[in-house]
Design a protein around this ligand. Structure first.
Ligand code: SF4
Length: 702
């Protein structure tokens, strides 16, 4: 029922922050805000919420919201703004071809928004130049999954973590970055004290608190560690020979390469290496959880495959309590993968390089054009803006001037770009300030659609509050542009439910082509069924609803076997030197999200850590003449920042950690991604955000 001021009622929706995807009960408070509770019936959180989710009601303020379109700094009407966008994009395409334009989108978008953007760029403009900030989040996992499984498939689900005998958390500060899932593990460990947890992270973090073993691995050492594990699995006779014989290929080559890998590069003692291997091998049910510490690396895809190798070799995959498990950072990073929001994918896990897949999508969309090869991935996309190959870019729901590596170069690129469009809730982000056209978009609590969390659970975000001012939904803005570009029937959408049905129907074709992502059972759901849609895991077909993948030994590769890959250790690309002797790790803090456009509006969330900081080891602080709470210059080959010094032995010597959130709105020189090198993984294109090199010096005020 619709809420009324007299009788407000709670509506079910989904948290817009991390990839856990918690269900939220939001109730209008009668004065324009919301009161928030966890949804006890949502399978991700069963009523729990973390600090960020609990504070959502404080962030729905309309203060500072962009309420109308802005063109060249002045208020505009929607017709004039969209006509200008269409004219500029059409001019560029006519003069320079479809690859002269690009969309840069976001894992914050709902699947319906994402689907329409992808359809417009790939099927109608005819370029694959649509990429997403999820490239910075989980692209290495996508590449690793596709190489091993044939598809980008997360094999298991959250309940596996509660059933495991051993959980390995590698490159994941789950306690701060996915807090509700961490709470579930804490509760499961309390109920089953025999459960063990290993935490692999160069830093000791809040997540280490529940670890039976914490391994302070050297930054970048993960592939060598899992290669060592594969060697030990074989040496101890712990392979699942039947599973390998019937369902796996590449075992011998993977093992031979692992044998040649020197595990000393992990920086771990022999005792710790052996303890890790022994616990992994002797635990019957093992889940290896991995996240940005694995993905954000110039060898991220290889690290992922080194992990998958160990699970394939032991058959510990797709069974209760077993499997590799990637955690996505963003609320809809998974949905973006499903709708093909990456430059190297088509919708519904179809492959852009596959002629049959391209043809199926082209026919389904009745599309005039379809690119035959991948478009530019995020880092290359902004390089193409910088050198003039891309002349018009539309940035939707993200803030790359702050969040991209070598962020100052991204700023310079956008300053020099012929035409920049930004759709956002706010007109004052660092990126929006550089736009020729800013379009006001609705945000969480104001829009309807679906998101998919890290365990393949699709759940609804629901509109509870009215759009502020003239703000419109992203799918509606993008479809309007598509119609104005001349494709009226292809973009004649009236609702997100209609988009969802189309996308579900396309997934059925993908299923017939042997893809994993198939939700065709929902292609005819009514508007009211979509309105009431309860959380459900994909696949959803006439024959199958949810569950795990690969426990039956069937994979989506051409041979039907899971693929083990030979993985060679490659160190991070930035090498410490006399000029830049420290390795800089970046990441999240507990109470802020991305560039703080939403969490920065909550005083409660800002109390946790009020300003950006840099963690360094006490011995390094002594060498540098730095005391607690001093300010320090942090310089890299790409930029500089001034940060408060936090001295702690949670971090190793020669290393530093700084959070990624602060923007010029909140700290004039606290932006970290200005320092981060834009080295990327050659397979996934994901930047190496965990291992840049910096110099640290005491700051003296002039
Ligand atoms: Fe939101 Fe993630 Fe916290 Fe759940 S764990 S409430 S999805 S931020």
């Amino acid at each position: 029922p619709a809420p009324t001021l007299a009788q407000p009622c709670a509506r079910r929706t989904t948290c817009p922050y991390c990839g856990v995807g918690c269900g939220v009960l939001a109730t209008p408070d009668g004065i324009g805000g919301l009161t928030i509770k966890g949804d006890p019936d949502h399978p991700a959180n069963f009523g729990r919420l973390c600090s960020k989710g609990s504070a959502l009601g404080e962030t729905v303020t309309t203060e500072d919201r962009l309420l109308y379109p802005v063109v060249a700094g002045a208020r505009s009407g929607w017709d004039d703004a969209l006509d200008l966008v269409v004219r500029k994009f059409q001019d560029m395409i006519a003069k320079h071809g479809p690859d002269s334009v690009a969309f840069y989108v976001s894992g914050q978008m709902l699947s319906e928004d994402y689907y329409v953007a992808n359809k417009l760029m790939k099927g109608f403009i005819g370029s694959a130049n649509i990429d997403t900030n999820s490239r910075l989040c989980m692209a290495s996992t996508v590449a690793g999954h596709k190489r091993a499984f044939g598809t980008d498939t997360v094999p298991g689900q959250y309940t596996d973590l509660e059933q495991a005998d051993l959980i390995v958390l590698t490159g994941s500060n789950l306690a701060w970055c996915h807090p509700v899932l961490y709470q579930r593990i804490v509760a499961a460990k309390k109920a089953r004290p025999q459960m063990k947890v290993i935490n692999i992270d160069p830093r000791r973090t809040a997540t280490s608190d529940i670890a039976d073993l914490h391994l302070s691995i050297r930054p970048g050492g993960d592939a060598a560690l899992f290669n060592r594990l594969l060697v030990e699995i074989y040496a101890q006779g712990a392979i699942d020979a039947d599973f390998i014989r019937d369902h796996v290929e590449g075992f011998d080559a993977a093992l031979a390469t692992a044998h040649r890998c020197d595990s000393a590069v992990t920086g771990l003692s022999e005792a710790d290496l052996q303890a890790f291997c022994d616990l992994w091998i002797t635990s019957h049910k093992v889940v290896t959880v991995f996240s940005q510490g694995v993905n954000q690396s110039s060898s991220g895809s290889d690290k992922v495959n080194a992990i998958l190798n160990c699970h394939l070799a032991t058959g510990r995959i797709g069974k209760p309590g077993c499997g590799p498990f990637s955690m996505t950072g963003q609320p809809n990073a998974m949905g973006g993968r499903e709708v093909g929001g990456l430059a190297n994918m088509l919708a519904c896990h179809l492959d852009i390089e596959n002629a049959d897949h391209r043809s199926a999508v082209k026919t389904f969309w009745n599309a005039p054009a379809m690119p035959v090869e991948a478009g530019l991935k995020a880092v290359d996309m902004f390089r193409a803006v910088a050198d003039g190959r891309i002349k018009a870019i539309w940035i939707i729901c993200t803030n790359p001037v702050v969040s991209m590596p070598e962020a100052d170069a991204v700023r310079t690129a956008l300053e020099g770009c012929d035409f920049v469009v930004v759709s956002d809730m706010y007109g004052n982000t660092d990126t929006a300030k550089l736009a020729d056209v800013i379009l006001p978009a609705t945000g969480w609590g104001e829009k309807d659609g679906t998101v998919t969390n890290s365990e393949r659970c699709i759940s609804r975000q629901r509109a509870i509050l009215p759009p502020p001012g003239e703000a419109r939904h992203d799918w509606d803005i993008i479809a309007d542009v598509g119609r104005r570009m001349g494709w009226a029937s292809a973009f004649d959408y009236q609702s997100p439910a209609e988009i969802f049905r189309e996308y579900a129907a396309l997934s059925g074709i993908a299923g017939q082509l042997g893809r994993d992502f198939d939700i065709s059972a929902m292609q005819e759901i009514s508007d009211s069924e979509y309105g009431d849609l309860a959380p459900l895991h994909w696949p959803q077909t006439a024959h199958r609803a949810g569950g795990r993948f690969f426990g039956d030994g069937r994979f989506f590769t051409p041979s039907g076997r899971g693929r083990m890959l030979p993985i060679q250790f490659r160190p991070p690309q930035s090498v410490p030197s006399a000029d830049y002797p420290y390795v800089l790790n970046t990441g999240r803090v507990r109470d802020h999200w991305h560039t703080m456009t939403r969490t920065g509006t909550s005083a409660r969330l800002s109390q946790h850590l009020a300003e950006p900081f840099i963690e360094i080891h006490p011995d390094d602080a002594a060498d540098l003449g730095l005391a607690v709470a001093d300010l320090a210059w942090i310089r890299s080959p790409h930029g500089h920042a001034i940060l408060r010094v936090l001295i702690t032995d949670r971090i190793g010597r020669g290393q530093a950690f700084a959070p990624m959130h602060w923007t010029s709105q909140y700290a004039s020189r606290g932006q970290i991604d200005t320092l981060v090198s834009a080295h990327v993984d050659p397979v996934s294109g994901q930047p190496e955000s965990k291992a840049s090199v910096v110099r640290i010096e005491k700051y003296h005020a002039a």
